[in-house]
Design a protein. Structure first.
Length: 256
């Protein structure tokens, strides 16, 4: 069941999304060689709780942290721990906030120090995939139009597209219908309509799109251990068909 949101609900979801964008902006300068993934998680938890939010990932299906921290070959759902980030790594940061029952979800992949041109290209194209996903939202479009936009752009650059995980409705729960795959799946293909709030999240790999789950039952890694990138925005479709990126922030230059 797809839960459509009214303007008042979207306004409250926007507040949650703005807190989350602020968190990701505050995290990005901390991403430096030597910081541990759990340092980033602790910062995120304190940031959210001190502003009256609840980290929505913490305890979700038993997930043990507030932030997913996914370095290099980790696609998504990396559990924060003692691993130190190293010069030349990239790291995905994925977070969600429950602000009075209004849920946000967003992710960004950041370079740690200076990264190779090859990896910088993957990050750029993955951001372009997310931009194309957002641009595919228009009257008459369906979920598969988003999927096709992401998949076509990634494949045109020779990258692998992760199929086992997808975008989703968001706003009143952490995950809602519909599912929004990053490839044209055989599954449901609902029409996009005003009142939808959706999380779009391309997961794109330098090598194969195939992934496997580690023994911790959370960490998703690329099968060939090559680098993966992930960006995610929560997006609202307004009654007048304005498409609002609720979690927007200025992407830091990847060669920062
Ligand atoms: N961020 C994921 C998503 O975008 C959800 C993470 S679930 C958690 O859908 F348990 F890891 F938090
Ligand atoms: Co999501």
């Amino acid at each position: 069941m797809i839960r459509l949101k009214n303007a008042d609900q979207i306004a409250k979801i926007r507040e949650s999304c703005q807190m989350l964008s602020g968190l990701l902006e505050a995290l990005s300068p901390l991403v430096q060689p030597g910081i541990t993934t759990q340092d980033l998680d602790h910062f995120a938890e304190e940031y959210i709780v001190s502003r009256g939010g609840r980290p929505s990932f913490l305890g979700y299906e038993g997930y043990p942290a507030s932030l997913c921290v996914s370095p290099n070959e980790v696609v998504i759902h990396g559990i924060p721990g003692k691993r130190k980030l190293l010069e030349g790594d990239v790291v995905g940061l994925d977070c969600g906030i429950d602000l009075g029952g209004h849920f946000s979800d967003a992710a960004i992949t950041l370079p740690v120090g200076k990264i190779s041109p090859e990896v910088d290209g993957l990050l750029t194209v993955t951001r372009e995939c997310l931009a194309r996903a957002i641009a595919a939202i228009k009257p008459g479009a369906r979920v598969h139009d988003i999927s096709r936009a992401v998949y076509g752009h990634a494949v045109s650059h020779g990258y692998g597209v992760v199929r086992q995980y997808c975008g989703h409705g968001v706003g009143l729960e952490i995950h809602e219908d519909p599912q929004i795959p990053n490839y044209v799946s055989p599954g449901p293909n609902p029409r996009l309509v005003p009142g939808m709030v959706i999380a779009l999240e391309p997961m794109i790999n330098l090598g194969t799109g195939d992934v496997r789950l580690l023994d911790d039952d959370w960490t998703v890694v690329t099968l060939d251990k090559k680098i993966s990138a992930h960006y995610e925005h929560s997006v609202a479709i307004h009654a007048d068909w304005t498409v609002e990126v609720l979690t927007s922030w200025t992407y830091p230059s990847t060669s920062r």
